[in-house]
Design a protein around this ligand. Structure first.
Ligand SMILES: [Ca+2]
Ligand SMILES: [Ca+2]
Ligand SMILES: [Ca+2]
Ligand SMILES: [Ca+2]
Length: 485
């Protein structure tokens, strides 16, 4: 509460001073702030890592100067990431806290303040939840939220467990608000999706599942009992009736009835405006209020033809038309957003090959594959999927020795043009480290190339139509990991 008031005051000062143009200068380094956000791996491999981090300005030591807390990601656990760090950094990435020393200088007080944190963090909000005059800090992230009580001596204490703040799952945006006006700030926690770090997308093997590939999640509301604890009132307040993919959350009294309301910006789904009904419940009114949808890229709604869906599995290898308003037949390609960004391939000389709709023959081994674990030497069945935009899959070969030799896999019928074709091959694993990969040949005679062969033709910048051979490394302990390109 205090932090937002100070921020607004700063903003109005700037405006009052502003007959002259306001200029900004990059001073991060000279101010003593050396922070680089980390997603904890060398290559983006999941929605979690692609989601970034947040920051909050608040005055933790009551000296009138705003201090800065910034969040960071961290390496995910072993076996859940397709691109783990091959060499861990000497200093593991953590959240950082910078004390404002005045005169444009900051000191890193992360360790002495005890706020480095232990989770893949997303956002932070600050308020004096226990009304002791010291502003406290809440950090959201993957797994739980952390409430740090400001002890008033320059240090914080993680009091999450003792306060009843249980927010499992993946939270991003959150907001402090005193919804029942009893003088103690309550807490709204927006949750994103039911994220499964082991779930991989096999349709675009270099890519990762997006927000719509995971189930939506409920949001949480906690009532502050004014004695240091919180009660989960998500159900009784009506907040938990709705599921969504919450990213940004803010609270404010938009209709000036004296009670703060809550706005939730949802990813790929309509937004929520929770109107405070003054009796401990909220009513979701975003649609009639006109703030449920954006003008472009808006969430699905019946006017757009939803829920009609047109599925085209093999043409691009990954296309779903999720809504359909009209079909128009034309005699030349049209330039729209997806046509320019997706249906082109970068070439080594910097130009782009335009309108490459067809996914050429591609296959991927789905067992054993990254993140799985074999239970020791013995018989296994290697399985996988192959497809081609050029027609039927004619054959799939599998190599269990890093590409030195290849064996023909059995194909499941029916094999249809531009459709997924399942393949399988019995395999006796001797328990030694090896590499498993597959290559498909389609009815045009096209053979799925190696990653190196693709780079030679298209350069290193292309990614969308990546149909290169996808190797998986089976380690002696049975663990299966990606082989970084
Ligand atoms: Ca301060
Ligand atoms: Ca406090
Ligand atoms: Ca309250
Ligand atoms: Ca209100």
């Amino acid at each position: 509460m205090k932090s937002s008031a100070v921020f607004c005051a700063l903003l109005s000062l700037s405006i009052a001073a502003g007959q002259q143009p306001i200029r900004f200068e990059e001073v991060t380094g000279q101010a003593g702030i050396a922070f680089t956000h980390s997603f904890g791996a060398e290559t983006l491999g999941s929605l979690l890592e692609s989601t970034g981090g947040g920051a909050v300005w608040f005055d933790y030591n009551n000296d009138g100067l705003l201090d800065l807390f910034v969040t960071s990601g961290r390496p995910l656990g072993a076996g859940v990431h397709p691109y783990p760090l091959r060499k861990a950094p000497q200093t593991p990435p953590t959240n950082r806290f910078y004390r404002n020393d005045g005169k444009g200088r900051f000191s890193d007080v992360t360790q002495q303040a005890h706020v480095a944190g232990d989770l893949f963090s997303m956002a932070a909000i600050a308020a004096d939840y226990d009304n002791d005059g010291n502003t406290d800090l809440l950090v959201t992230g993957f797994g739980h939220v952390t409430l740090y009580r400001n002890k008033g001596d320059g240090t914080f204490e993680d009091v999450t467990a003792g306060t009843g703040l249980k927010a499992p799952g993946w939270s991003i945006g959150a907001a402090w608000l005193d919804y029942d006006r009893d003088g103690c700030v309550d807490l709204f926690v927006g949750r994103y999706v039911k994220f499964d770090p082991e779930y991989r997308s096999y349709y675009a093997a270099d890519n990762y599942p997006g927000p719509l590939d995971y189930e939506p999640e409920t949001n949480l509301l906690f009532h502050n009992n004014c004695h240091g604890g919180f009660a989960d009132v998500s159900a009784s307040s009506g907040i938990a009736k709705l599921k969504s993919r919450a990213m940004g959350v803010t609270a404010g009294d938009f209709d000036l009835d004296g009670y703060p309301d809550i706005y939730v910006a949802n990813d790929k789904t309509e937004n929520f405006l929770f109107h405070n009904e003054h009796n401990g419940t909220f009513k979701e009114i975003a649609l009639p209020a006109g703030v449920a949808y954006g003008q472009n890229g808006e969430a699905l709604r019946p006017e757009q033809g939803y829920p009609l869906r047109l599925v085209i599995p093999g043409w691009e290898g990954n296309s779903n038309v999720k809504w359909l308003r009209r079909l128009k037949l034309v005699d030349q390609p049209y330039m729209t957003r997806d046509e320019t960004s997706k249906y082109t391939d970068s070439m080594p000389d910097g130009t782009a090959r335009q309108f490459t709709f067809v996914m050429e023959a591609k296959s991927v081994v789905t067992f054993p594959s990254g993140g799985q674990k074999l239970g020791g030497a013995g018989w296994y069945e290697i399985t996988g999927l192959a497809w081609s935009g050029r027609g039927r899959i004619e054959r799939v070969e599998v190599s269990i020795d890093g590409g030195a030799t290849w064996q023909e896999a059995a194909l499941s019928e029916p094999r249809l043009p531009a459709a997924l074709t399942r393949f399988r091959l019995p395999w006796r694993w001797d328990g030694r480290e090896t590499t498993v990969q597959s290559r498909a040949t389609d009815e045009s005679g096209y053979v799925q190339p190696t990653h190196e062969a693709l780079i030679a033709v298209r350069g290193a910048n292309y990614e969308y139509h990546n149909n290169g051979i996808r190797p998986w490394k089976v380690m002696a302990d049975g663990g299966v990991t990606d082989v970084p390109a």
